[in-house]
Design a protein around this ligand. Structure first.
Ligand code: ATP
Ligand code: MG
Length: 449
């Protein structure tokens, strides 16, 4: 596909009146049929009403690269209320950044009015910035050219017009796609300060597309990493899902680590990554590898499992400390889990619907060790059993010695009712054996249960 793009490009591009390079139908590999029907309908309705409208952003980028777009976004000169008046099933959403959702039977098309990046301090209601330069409201409308310059990356600022099959390029985004480069638009430091989430987006798209990060974009990234602390915890949580649950989690993590961004995502894990011969690093690497494989084979993944893995080394360490202070293993684990989650939530606001299963996965690590009698049967019916079993396998994959626990549960699940019964009885018997033997000196070590 890239070869195809290169072939199409003619380097003697003409600028149109808005300052864009306009690539005609023979100069790129897109065609109107590639655009989702509902997005095309939104564009044509807006254009027929006299407004400018384009399909823009990630979908144009992905189609040029032969990837399947996640969603189709539309950008227009129509103001939010003008868009709303054209579509019966539509509503204006957002305060910080107003957009219109147009509802179709299958999906929602997001319609954004062209924004300007200019500072119009005369109207504080439209654009607000903190003292450090972070944008807290961005509703100053502008031209399509201005809209291109306020977008994050050149590869995300391509405007496709299905009506004449042309691509309008204000920032040399097509060249960067061709050269496989992630480049932030404008002055990198300023743009990162305005919205530190762009740091994460650079890492995410570089990993997703396998592109290199252009040097002046990369240069201020480590220095600006601390700005992530200013991003609201709910937004940070949403962004972490995109980082780790889009199928390129491991590559994204490596870049986050390289640019010192990871320490602002899971601060409790970051300093531990290389402890214990790098076991925590192995755990995260393996968890993300497994997640990437699951996503690519369309299996379900849950943020609870990923966060359970990301926080496990910290939970384990704290639980050990509590145990050393004389608490029971169950109490120590529960207290550590509560403390670690309480410290993570102000960074990435993990909702309760995920923290509860996280704690269950951790608790089951303890309960699943003792699986005699009817206990195994009950545990296997626990709603979080499958995740907890996968978590045991993950820990073993990472090199933790759990006395063959993963194998035991694998066999248990494959066994019929009679075999299960005898497996559980064996555990009960082997549980009893060591107690009797403990009284005898020089007794041989009990066999693994
Ligand atoms: P994908 O949907 O595949 O993850 P995308 O590029 O479409 O990628 P979205 O988050 O859907 O990403 O955003 C749509 C477009 O809005 C982007 O392509 C980019 O042009 C612009 N955009 C998104 N977030 C920002 C930001 N923080 N700063 C500037 N522009 C942004
Ligand atoms: Mg998108």
């Amino acid at each position: 596909m890239l070869e195809r793009i290169s072939r199409f490009f003619n380097k003697n591009k003409d600028l149109n009146s808005t300052g864009a390079y306009v690539y005609g139908p023979s100069e790129h590999c897109l065609s109107p049929e590639m655009i989702n029907r509902d997005a095309s309908k939104v564009v044509s309705t807006l254009q027929n009403a006299g407004f400018e409208a384009y399909v823009v952003g990630g979908c144009v980028r992905d189609l040029l690269l032969g990837l399947k777009p996640k969603d189709f976004d539309v950008a227009t000169s129509a103001k939010p209320w003008e868009v709303k008046s054209l579509f019966r099933r539509s509503r204006i959403i957002g305060r910080r950044f107003q957009i219109v959702h147009v509802q179709f039977s299958r999906e929602i098309i997001e319609v954004t009015t062209f924004r300007s990046n200019e500072n119009q301090t005369s109207n504080k209601n439209q654009r607000q910035q903190t003292d450090s330069g972070m944008l807290t409201r961005d509703n100053v409308f502008g031209s399509v050219e201005e809209d291109a310059s306020r977008r994050d990356l050149t590869v995300n600022a391509l405007y496709y017009d299905p009506s004449d099959n042309s691509i309008h390029d204000f920032t040399n985004g097509l060249d960067d796609i061709d050269d496989r480069i992630i480049r932030i638009i404008g002055d990198p430091s300023t743009r990162f300060r305005e919205d530190p989430v762009r740091l994460l987006r650079v890492a995410r798209f570089a990993a997703k597309l396998g592109f290199g990060i252009e040097s002046s974009t990369a240069e201020p990234m480590k220095h600006r990493a601390g700005d992530l602390q200013q991003v609201s915890p709910p937004r940070m949580f949403d962004e972490t899902l995109k980082l780790f649950m889009s199928g390129n989690g491991l590559d994204t993590f490596k870049l986050l680590h390289e640019y010192n961004l990871f320490e602002y995502i899971v601060p409790q894990l970051n300093p531990m990554l290389n402890d214990h011969q790098g076991v925590p690093l192995k755990l995260v690497t393996q968890a993300l590898t497994n997640t990437d494989i699951r996503i690519r084979s369309s299996q379900r993944v849950t943020p609870a499992f990923i966060y359970a893995a990301l926080l496990w080394p910290a939970v384990q360490r704290l639980a050990n400390n509590y145990e050393k202070n004389g608490n029971s293993p169950a109490y120590a684990l529960s207290k550590a889990a509560g403390d670690i989650i309480a410290a993570q939530v102000p960074v990435t606001a993990i909702p309760k619907r995920f923290t509860i299963p996280m704690r269950e996965i951790w608790d089951l690590q303890l309960h699943m060790k003792r699986c005699g009698g009817n206990r195994a049967k009950r545990l296997a019916e626990h709603p979080r059993f499958r995740a907890a079993y996968d978590f045991i396998l993950l820990r073993e994959q990472t090199g933790e010695d759990l006395d063959g626990l993963g194998d035991w549960w694998t066999q248990y699940q494959d066994a019929d009712e009679d075999q299960r019964q005898s497996m559980a009885e064996d555990v009960l018997n082997s549980d009893k054996r060591p107690k009797r033997r403990r009284r005898r000196r020089n007794s041989p070590k009990p066999e693994n249960g």
